[in-house]
Write a protein that binds this ligand. Structure first.
Ligand code: ASP
Length: 334
């Protein structure tokens, strides 16, 4: 089949292609180098996301299968959970800080290595989209608190109360004891970190959260921080985190995973190594907190690993969405 026909056929089947043209060192009879095409690698769009956010992943996949970009896919996917007021860990309906204020953190990274983030934002539910605006429409990478909220409003985002009645009741009950003891990831629905590979072979990622329930006012975790909750390197792969942000930040977890993949590790091995960095620290209290990582490489291979067994992630296996229970550190070491 001629090369162009082959590419057209792949595109029609929903697969992208990665065509690498290079000068291959073979000589023609006349002794001159001639240009040859390297093999064409078909690219199957792929999405991976933390926890059991099936609807968000389906949304992202639909965008990719329609030929959309990875950056649109991760933004739109995350928005599904931000809009779901029953989801108590992201967007509207998220758990508040110890004073009853819902404050959201989010970030996004595109295939060019651009990054945008908003931290500790009140009253705006689609913080992932605000982060994208920071990335694309300001000379900065990060806006925080009131400044971020003002910026969002100036871009047309409508402020609203993010504290739902049921969450307010839970907070009021918590206040009766007022014990500062944030619960970390003991439910199977937490921060959403999402990574996508589109049919053009481009990688992007996003992460959005309400952070730890009843956190100290002003506390920000890993989720909006580049290299912590998210890192994308379009040459290599991408990674995202969920769980105790402090532990992720201290080991620069997502950046570490991408760097390990750069050195040749599979996404699975890289996630496992990053978890090991946390638990092998002699000061680590890892039995009392959770961290989970997901990763994807340029080929669309994926992996995930956590400290405890209560972590799962979504990925496409044989063309169908699957929620995979991650392998976990404590299964192997006590
Ligand atoms: N990583 C988030 C944070 O530390 C929390 C979570 O994933 O549950 O803010």
């Amino acid at each position: 089949m001629k090369r162009r026909k082959f590419i057209e056929k792949l595109s029609a089947s929903g697969l992208g292609v990665l065509a690498i043209s290079s000068v291959i060192g073979c000589k023609s009879k006349g002794g001159k180098r001639r240009r040859e095409s390297a093999p064409i690698i078909p690219i199957k769009p792929q999405v991976i996301a933390t926890w059991n956010f099936g609807k968000a992943v389906e949304t992202a996949v639909q965008i990719l299968e329609a030929g959309g970009t990875a950056i649109d896919a991760v933004e739109q996917g995350c928005r599904v959970e931000e809009a779901d007021s029953k989801q108590q860990t992201v967007g509207k309906g998220g758990m508040p800080d110890s004073e009853g204020n819902v404050t959201l953190d989010a970030c996004i990274m595109d295939e060019k290595g651009n990054y945008g983030a908003v931290l500790c934002v009140k009253n705006i539910k689609h913080v992932v989209s605000v982060a994208r605006k920071v990335m694309e429409e300001t000379p900065h990478v990060m806006l925080v608190g009131e400044g971020a909220e003002k910026f969002a409003i100036s871009k047309g985002f409508i402020p609203e109360d993010l504290l739902t009645e049921s969450v307010k009741k839970a907070w009021e009950k918590w206040k009766e004891t007022s014990e500062y003891n944030p619960i970390i990831n003991i439910e199977n629905n937490d921060t959403i970190g999402m990574l996508a590979l589109d049919k053009h072979g481009q990688l992007s990622g996003a992460c959005t959260t309400s952070g730890l329930a009843y956190k100290m006012p002003g506390r920000v975790g890993d989720s909006p921080i580049i290299g912590g909750g998210l890192f994308v390197d379009n040459e290599v792969g991408a990674a995202a985190a969920t769980g105790l942000g402090e532990a992720v930040l201290k080991t620069v977890g997502s950046f570490l995973i991408v760097e390990l993949m750069r050195q040749g590790m599979s996404p699975q091995d890289a996630c496992e190594e990053a978890i090991k960095r946390i638990v092998t620290n002699p000061q680590s209290d890892y039995k009392n907190f959770q961290v989970g990582y997901i990763a994807i490489n340029k080929k669309g291979e994926t992996g995930g690993y956590s400290i405890h067994e209560w972590f799962s992630y979504n990925v496409y296996k044989k063309g169908a969405l699957e929620n995979i229970k991650s392998d976990f550190y404590l299964a192997n070491k006590q």
